[in-house]
Design a protein around this ligand. Sequence first.
Ligand SMILES: [Zn+2]
Length: 221
Amino acid sequence: MSMVEERVLSCPRCGNAQKQEIWQSVNIQLDSDMKQKILDGEYNVFACEKCRAELPVDLPMMYHDMDGKLMIWLLPRDQSLKQTIMGHDAEAKRLLGVTHDGYRKRFVHSRLQLAETIRIFDDGLDDRAVALFKVSYAHRHKMQPDDILYCGLEHDPRVGMVLTFFRRDSESSFVWPMDGYQRAQGIVNQCVPPENGLWTTVDHEYADRIASVYEEAPKPH
Ligand SMILES: [Zn+2]
């Protein structure tokens, strides 16, 4: 099920208090129109009736895709998991504790990261391999890995399938050929133990850990 509730929130700009619809958990099979809204960031936005400010509300939300066997929990960065569970609905608590065979389970800490993770899984890719590429690209180009966002798959007439990315720092796009992705996937398969339904944060720190395991692994001569 999905869980949406009305909460009284204060406008961060003018202080006006009003009721606002807040999604605590979204099941995209049951609320099919919510998926696009999440990709577009059009959910849990405080729309002030007084000053007309529209600001994203920083509250936890669970994304559940039953067909894709994917659960992603968006957590505000300054909030611990314990605080989140305390304040959350029974359905999300149930989902957190249940072992779902074959499920990928992720914690993310921003709305951009939530949308990006959904896109990666929808395209049949492994977010850990993408994260590995992002840290290596960011290192080479002296930028922040979080400024790189996965956008989608495209067919390039010269090199075949490519992954496309957007750089938020320079507002430019670039591509990564599929054979590079497959090499990164090989490193993940070699260096990361099976997930076994564990909740994981796949970010640049996670990718750094994979990279260091790979560096220390014995190489064939
Ligand atoms: Zn306002």
